[in-house]
Ligand binder design. Sequence first.
Ligand SMILES: NC(=O)C1=CN([C@@H]2O[C@H](COP(=O)(O)OP(=O)(O)OC[C@H]3O[C@@H](n4cnc5c(N)ncnc54)[C@H](O)[C@@H]3O)[C@@H](O)[C@H]2O)C=CC1
Ligand SMILES: [Mg+2]
Length: 341
Amino acid sequence: MLQSFKLCNLVLSRSFSGYVSRMRYLTRLKEDDEACREALKSGNFLLYHKLSPLLRKTSSSIYKLASLKTSDLEQILEKVGKDKLFVNESFLLGCTDMGEPQFSLEVGDIDRSALEQECRGMFVDLRKAFFMLPGPESPLAAKGQALLRWHQTNCFCSATGQPTVRNQSGSLRVCHSSGITYYPKMAPVVIVLVSDGSRCLLARQAMFPPGMYSALSGFCDMGESVEEALRREVAEEVGLEVENLQYSGSQHWPFPQSSFMLACHATVNPDKTQVNIDKAELEDARWFTYEEISEALQKPPSDPRRDPPVFWVPPSYAIANQLIQEWANQQQLSRKLHGIK
Ligand SMILES: NC(=O)C1=CN([C@@H]2O[C@H](COP(=O)(O)OP(=O)(O)OC[C@H]3O[C@@H](n4cnc5c(N)ncnc54)[C@H](O)[C@@H]3O)[C@@H](O)[C@H]2O)C=CC1
Ligand SMILES: [Mg+2]
């Protein structure tokens, strides 16, 4: 069986591009428990302590996700008094460009400082880790946490109350009593940057760090399209009617419990820009000029102790930043065309 799996992979990697063979390999690992158990023997592991990922400082003093090989992880587990079979509790995350499988493992029941010492790293709260990690590593750190959290909160069937059982990769859980299969879930959220042609509308919730304003956002209701959710959220939160919706991109966002962010641009009639804020949702919503936005995009997050707080926008790992950046680029282009400095 294993022999034929390896042969099949070899044939695949010769006949398809690297990307296609990696995706086919992952599908196989998701569906075939034995193949996944075999992959665990040559995996790369991201560790999480109570959902905080393990980071390591590199020789050039930047922080990266610590990725441990199977043999190193087994040795560390033995040193901290844990059976090396604990590796099998990992969940499949993906594979590297070299085709090496990646897994996440929750080690929250092992002594944190002993692990940090053995791994030469530190467990960092995910929100803080986002500020420390190089751009491409944040989504992987988020995905690892989201998958662990989903398994931790879906141990029982919501129909029967009986325990659910995971497959080896962690791509699903089954209740053998009801026969229901549960798959990891994300909640769809729309996020929209509203423009009146020369200004853009940003808002802040009371829970945001002082001075930070972001694009309007909201969870999709059951049965809604992205367009419907977006028009409703803007109407609810600031009392405006939007038009000209334009899709920009999407992002998995691990907060509060795995959201799927769908980002769009939209416009309002420049004669109808009076905002009427829903104070239950938002602390403030304001129109910002191009000058204010480009200044905010160039500076790091404000010191939260500054009083009054300085206006700033979400950092580059958040899709809100992408929307704001795109709007600023568009404004810059149109100002150039119209000879405005
Ligand atoms: N990555 C990014 O750039 C950004 C991400 N976000 C994320 O989007 C999420 C939603 O945005 P909000 O404006 O807060 O949404 P919202 O405007 O829909 O308000 C949140 C409220 O919606 C209700 N709700 C409905 N469905 C929910 C669900 N599935 N999960 C949790 N609450 C639900 C709750 O009462 C909650 O208090 C935020 O929690 C935040 O994590 C928001 C802005 C930027
Ligand atoms: Mg909202």
